[in-house]
Design a binder for this molecule. Structure first.
Ligand code: FAD
Length: 378
């Protein structure tokens, strides 16, 4: 049977970033992707915000990897020419209660290492964003936006240049532990099945990461790996109004962090979008329900009083790979070497929701360090 050193399941930003970090290690690195090209999953259906690390509990992987990943991404983009712009973000309070929440958020962000955060008075908010309504705001100057499609392409090229192989239209369908690693079975583009052995298997399968873990025999419910997908829809704001906001405008987040609340994001072309909402995903459909426009309008108009219902048109949607059930508190990223499950050599990345795009390079480094320290690659 053909032997591979490291097999990565999933060519989203995370799988590609892990392969890039493994770089010129002595092992053959193989990336399996079930879709026709890299980056067609969560990595290309998100807000494209490079977060500063404000929201996440102190000591969590999300907090540490977001702060580190944001710096790494900025350095990477400066070197490779992937478009990224620090346009800044305001989190806007519209009531006294929210003002207190902002102060807590500011403290938490600073403890996490988010830089140069400060509270803007109502007057300062008006100077920065004259068309945004709020009593005060938390300002994060280093939050940015990135072209996620260009990032995927750039990481893909780096991986190929370093000698990794990316097999598209190739899905992992079975995984069996052996004495020296794993037997991987895949369904190729022709529909036939093929098997090979791999010493290390890294599960970066995004929305299907629970399924991949269960292929290895892990009870995903007992392990807390079950994914409860949550859809997020976006609506586009008419071009005539897109210039009325200059940076990112967020509400004070929901307590359980199901989402960060419907916010206004700009992309690098200057377009303005509202989103995402948070709805349990019944299927993998990325359709946007036009009847949700009213709810978006009502929720965004508190901060953006210039909006009219006719300004909104359906845009796109993404699906978050949450490992918390609806109503449960937010959970941290899971990045685990599965020795306790008797699966030495398997690393699972589960629940890589936001800030996974911001954290892709730091996650890549974290996983590469983990497998080097375990002596799995040199
Ligand atoms: C609505 C929304 C908004 C977001 N906004 C932001 C944001 O502003 N900033 C931020 O930092 N993060 C954001 N995120 C999170 C971020 O997009 C994700 O954390 C990140 O893209 C996850 O990347 P990934 O590589 O893990 O997943 P994916 O990109 O989904 O990659 C996984 C890949 O695995 C493949 N795969 C699955 N099963 C198999 C199999 N059996 N065999 C082979 N291949 C397989 C899939 O086809 C897929 O391509 C957002 C997410 C959503 C949904």
């Amino acid at each position: 049977m053909i032997k591979v050193g490291v097999t990565i399941i999933g060519a989203g930003v995370v799988g590609l970033a892990v392969a890039r970090e493994l770089g010129f290690c002595s092992e053959q690195v193989l990336i399996l992707e079930k879709e026709s090209a890299p980056g067609k999953g969560i990595s290309s259906r998100n807000s494209e915000v490079v977060h500063a690390g404000i929201y996440y509990p102190e000591g969590s992987l999300k907090a540490a990897l977001c702060v580190e990943g944001s710096d790494m991404l900025k350095e990477y983009c400066a070197k490779t020419g992937v478009p990224l712009k620090e346009i800044g973000k305001v989190i806007v309070a519209t009531s006294r209660k929210e003002e207190h929440a902002l102060e807590d958020l500011c403290r938490k962000g600073m403890e996490n290492g988010a830089r140069d955060l400060r509270i803007l008075s109502g007057k300062e908010l008006k100077e920065r964003e004259p068309n945004v309504r709020g009593t005060c705001a938390l300002f994060s100057p280093h939050t940015g936006i990135i072209d996620s499609h260009r990032l995927v392409r750039s990481l893909e090229i780096q991986c190929l240049a370093q000698g990794a192989a990316i097999l598209c239209r190739t899905a992992l369908t079975a995984l069996e532990k052996t004495a020296s690693g794993f037997t991987c079975t895949v369904r190729g583009p022709d529909g036939d099945h093929y098997s090979f052995t791999s010493r290390v298997v890294i599960n970066a399968a995004g929305l299907d990461a629970d399924e991949v873990a269960s292929l290895a025999g892990i009870d995903v419910d007992a392990a807390g790996y079950r994914i409860y997908p949550v859809k997020g829809e976006y609506f586009r704001v008419s071009p005539a109004k897109q210039g009325l906001v200059s940076g990112l405008v967020y509400p004070v987040p929901e307590r359980n962090l199901m989402g960060l609340g419907v916010h206004a994001t700009k992309d690098l072309s200057g377009s303005l979008r509202l989103g995402p909402n948070a709805l349990p995903a019944q299927s993998r459909s990325y359709d946007v329900d036009p009847s949700h426009a009213q709810a978006f309008f009502e929720s965004a108009r508190r901060m953006l009083p210039f909006l009219e219902p006719a300004d909104l048109s359906p845009d796109m949607a993404g699906i978050r790979p949450k490992i918390q059930r609806p109503g449960e508190p937010a959970k941290d990223f899971v990045v685990r070497h599965e020795t306790e499950h008797g699966l030495a050599g398997m690393i699972n990345l589960i629940g890589i929701e936001s800030p996974g795009l911001t954290s892709c390079l730091s996650l890549g480094r974290y996983v590469a360090d983990m497998i080097r320290e375990a002596g799995l690659v040199s």
